[in-house]
Design a protein around this ligand. Structure first.
Ligand code: IVH
Length: 683
């Protein structure tokens, strides 16, 4: 019977449908310039959505078409937190490493039999797609694994990604689908031909082209580039959904995703034979792959094997060996890096290595230079593996008599003529000029404004170099005090560009604390350490005052990192810059201090949640448990320490009883979480 008065459920369904349709019409109108309905029809749909939102009285999401009407869709890459962290894969570079990987698994699983699924490792970039009620609501790049960039508008033009999942039965409310955005080889060649014809920069390889295309601020440009996508995993909502990777592929395919071909094996020797065979035909695929991924197929077994740091122990990427090519060295130059390290670089006759034109290769440091004994005029082998900077592997010329003289090590900086120094026990030689060395300053500033730092779009290396050379930038703090309008005379600095730059600089003032700390360019402080410092201390002021003992308490911070953090903040000129940045309004968001209570009973324990909970969402409970140091698993095994059983707990509870695993209720869970919170409050 059809009711005249729709139920709330029916209204919710209509609401979701309308939002989805209006997003699609917006996209067709603003991005593709190809609307499928008239303006009047569009207005009718929008009015209906407005009414429904008012009637239901629920919070209206910021991206609802009623909130964004008329606006172009670009969201200028706001930060987007993944529902579950995006992990990466450990690498194996030879068969011994693969055998060791298999042995670790065999040792844990004992008599249990297991299978490996083997998939090509696509050389693209990972994205996380969030579906709510089966509708694509956001898409983000991997970023630091926890927070990525929101690239939803650009993702919508990839035809392998459904806007709406095809089969809605047995679908979690929120489902994250993970996979790789890539550019096929033909699409890459076509793009570079077009770039060349237009006199634009060529992309070095399909991966860079895919990344550059996905990060276009103008979604129209992104849509004009032919990007593709393969799905290979799930995040939030995916646990307990299917039982194996092969089943996951079937499911993802039936939902409308493109998936790769895969092969199943029941022992590691066969996997290795397959790898050798595949290696010979890798070039025949229409997209770039940089290895094969071996995963335990069964999800329950995966959980038993578990994780280390940021990667699963149940999977490994067997990378293809780097391609090696011969060329000749024209000259050896000395390059000054961000921290003043002087690196010998071979300038060579350009050659194509693994799809990239290479004319410079690092010789790492003076010890490496001496060991390889590379000289001007030598014939050398160069190689490049994945993202790694090209390097000279060895000299191949035979005639020792004909060779040029060995390279002399400079005593002064090639850029600023300051004395070069070498710290004891270090291979690196450094310019002692600090920020008075323009080369160091330029590198520092480029790092400061980079995407993972202050993320100031539009301030490229060339502009920084010019600002430094003109004497307008001496420190990072000068960036926020510059009179940009005075630069309008410069070539290429139109009003629009200046306005955009000013806006980007203004926006950067309220950056996140991890980004700010990373931007400072403290030696040995990469993204992960910057985040750990931010989460431990909450403000940069607190980091600057932290003593060695407090720093060493952070996981993964050793004496080298601690001492370099202390040295950075002990230098008055760094503190002066920080104070000036603060005075200019650069005030990163304060972070809530996360404290892992080493004494908490759940630290290092494996917990499984089952059933539903009255006082909190399962996903919130999972996150809180992880925050306080527990491992949250999706299936019960002998390794499970506790099963938390909510209402209507089913087979997992049964299994816990069989295996004699401790079972606790929601009350106990709340007590655990509360005891952790009271520790944080007291901190
Ligand atoms: S699985 C927890 N499968 O490789 C494991 N990753 O180095 C998650 N990648 O960030 C990844 N092809 O971007 C997986 N068939 C594949 C892949 C693949 C490419 C990328 C992915 C990931 C990186 C890890």
């Amino acid at each position: 019977m059809v009711s005249l008065f729709p139920t709330q459920d029916e209204q919710m369904l209509e609401l979701a449908q309308l939002r989805y349709e209006l997003h699609e019409h917006n996209y067709r109108y603003y991005v593709l310039d190809d609307p499928k309905i008239t303006d009047a029809e569009y207005d009718g749909l929008l009015r209906r959505l407005n009414d429904l939102e008012a009637q239901l009285g629920l919070p209206i999401p910021k991206d609802s078409p009623t909130q964004t009407v008329g606006a172009p869709l670009s969201q200028a890459f706001t930060a987007c937190e993944h529902g579950e962290p995006m992990l990466s894969l450990a690498n194996a570079f030879d068969s011994d490493e693969v055998l060791a990987f298999d042995k670790r698994i065999a040792d844990i699983l004992g008599d249990e039999s297991y299978e490996y699924i083997v998939e090509p490792k696509i050389d693209g970039l990972a994205v996380n797609l969030r579906y709510e009620a089966g509708v694509l609501v956001s898409a983000a790049t991997r970023g630091d694994g926890r927070v990525g960039e929101n690239v939803t508008d650009n993702i919508r033009s990839i035809s392998d990604i459904p806007w709406r999942l095809r089969a809605l039965n047995n679908l979690p409310d929120v489902l994250e689908v993970r996979g790789e955005v890539y550019m096929s080889k033909p699409a890459f060649e076509q793009l570079n031909q077009a770039q060349q014809a237009a006199g634009d920069k060529l992309f070095a390889n399909p991966r860079n082209a895919a990344a550059g295309s996905l990060r276009q601020l103008d979604a129209k440009v992104s849509a004009s580039r032919k990007l593709s996508f393969f799905a290979y995993g799930v995040g939030l909502g995916g646990r307990g959904w299917v039982s194996s990777q092969t089943k996951l592929f079937e499911r993802l395919y039936s939902l409308g995703f493109a998936v790769q071909n895969y092969t199943l094996f029941s022992n590691i020797q066969d996997v290795l034979v397959y790898y050798d065979k595949f290696l010979k035909q890798r070039a025949s695929l229409s997209y770039e792959v940089d290895g094969l991924v071996f995963k335990l197929n069964n999800f329950e077994l995966q959980e038993q094997i578990g994780y280390v740091a940021r990667s699963p122990r149940w999977a490994i990427a067997h990378k293809f060996p780097a391609e090696e090519v011969e060329t000749t060295v024209d000259e050896i130059i000395w390059q000054v890096g961000r921290t003043g390290v002087i690196t010998p670089v071979a300038v060579m006759q350009p050659v194509l290595v693994a799809g990239v034109m290479v004319s410079r290769a690092t010789l790492h440091n003076i010890n490496e230079l001496a060991r390889k004994d590379v000289r001007q005029g030598d014939t050398v082998i160069v190689r490049r593996a994945g993202d790694v900077i090209p390097e000279v592997v060895r000299v191949v010329n035979a005639d020792a008599e004909q060779r040029a003289l060995a390279v002399t090590i400079p005593s002064h900086c090639p850029e600023c003529a300051s004395l070069l120094v070498q710290e004891e026990g270090e291979a690196a030689i450094r310019c002692s000029g600090g920020l008075s060395c323009p080369a160091q300053l330029k590198e520092r500033l480029s790092h400061f404004v980079s995407r993972n730092g202050m993320d100031i779009e539009g301030l490229g290396e060339k502009l920084i170099a010019r600002l430094v050379d003109e004497g307008l930038l001496h420190t990072m703090a000068d960036l926020y005090e510059l009179d940009w309008s005075s630069l309008s005379q410069w070539q290429g600095m139109g009003e629009k560009k200046i306005a955009n730059l000013q806006q980007a600089i203004e926006q950067s003032k309220s950056c996140s604390l991890p980004h700010f700390i990373f931007a400072l360019g403290i030696r040995h402080v990469g993204q992960a350490t910057a985040r750990a410092l931010a989460e431990t201390f909450g403000t940069w002021q607190a980091v600057s005052g932290a003593d060695e003992e407090a720093l060493l308490r952070i996981n993964d911070v050793g004496t080298e990192v601690a001492s370099s953090v202390r040295t950075f903040f002990a230098e008055q000129h760094n503190m002066d810059v920080l104070q000036r940045l603060h005075a200019s309004g650069v005030q990163p968001e304060t972070m809530v201090i996360k404290k892992q209570d080493a004494g908490h009973p759940l630290v290092g324990k494996t917990v499984v949640l089952t059933g539903s909970f009255v006082s909190l969402k399962r996903s919130d409970a999972q996150n809180k448990l992880r925050d306080l140091g527990a491992k949250v698993s999706g299936s019960v095994s002998k390794k499970t320490d506790y099963v938390v059983a909510g209402e209507q707990a089913g087979s997992k509870l049964e299994k816990a009883k069989q295996l004699d695993v401790s079972i606790v209720d929601e009350q106990q869970l709340l007590m655990w979480l509360q005891s952790a919170e009271s520790d944080i409050d007291a901190a």
